[in-house]
Design a protein around this ligand. Sequence first.
Ligand code: GH3
Ligand code: MG
Ligand code: MG
Ligand code: MG
Length: 316
Amino acid sequence: MDMSEISTYKSEWNPELVLTARPRLLVVDDQAVNIQALYQVFAKDSEVFMATSGKQAIEVCRQKMPDLILLDVLMPDMDGIEVCQILKDDAETQNIPIIFVTSQDSPEEETRGLEVGAVDFITKPVNPAVVRARVKTHLTLKMQSDALRALASIDGLTHLPNRRLFDERLEAEWRACRRAGVSIALIMIDVDHFKKYNDHYGHLEGDNCLKQVANSLMENNWRGRDLAARYGGEEFVCLMPETDLAGAMSKAESLRAKVEALAIPHELSANADFVTISVGVATTVPNDEKMAEVLLGIADEQLYKAKQAGRNGIAG
Ligand code: GH3
Ligand code: MG
Ligand code: MG
Ligand code: MG
């Protein structure tokens, strides 16, 4: 598998991918010759992105989400200190380690750089061995902390993202969709008559059943920013940014059909003789008056309707 093709998004909750992915560096300098020097040091082992101004650095950073940034201090328009402050103020980018690379070799400069959140400070002209060693140290730390965060974001039973990650993504995607003025969709899934399933087949078989349902969710051809997660117990959620009601309903129906097709026997189910799910669908265009939780509330109401309508169905 080509690791560079794996989106940073998926590796967010896969510790293995985090530790084996090719490092992604962003090199920022207003002078091409300086970028060239650093590019030659890192191009072999890393994916290197470049920016020649502060403004471009922020754009490339938000788009590519590098693992580490080598940042020039003196640049026209927006200097490195300001770039660093902006990236550290943004929840999406604040964990990316920044190393300042500068010709201003003074204790004051270095202190200022560290105070705005940089992890290290290197002087120009750079010594290739030194810069490589320092970058390696900080990359290792970054990869390890990403792997820990990924581990803390996974549900142990189903290996789906857990509620902790889901809540984080919901907040982030809610803000993104509000900025873009587009709708966001949420699908809430609940296994039908699951208490009776446990009572009849035992808790271990119950766990097995949940794993199979989770696998169906994982395989459902999600788009890049979609997220399927275990919300708790026998409840699952799928977050779909930039999706309207029609799109979300068709996804919900395909999920329902997929779980039905698993044909897991359920003798005590009141609505079928196999395991089924009920699905509630919610969409809204986020605005300043609404909180992300409204989406959960609507999906929950719809799920209740699907249950009332006889289960093994979708409502939205
Ligand atoms: P409904 O169709 O109305 O959803 O009925 P239900 O029985 O599914 O609803 P209820 O919420 O009463 O029951 C959920 C059950 O799911 C109860 C609980 O024992 C079981 N459950 C929750 N988490 C797990 C788990 O991790 N493993 C197993 N085996 N069972 C679980
Ligand atoms: Mg410069
Ligand atoms: Mg339930
Ligand atoms: Mg249930």
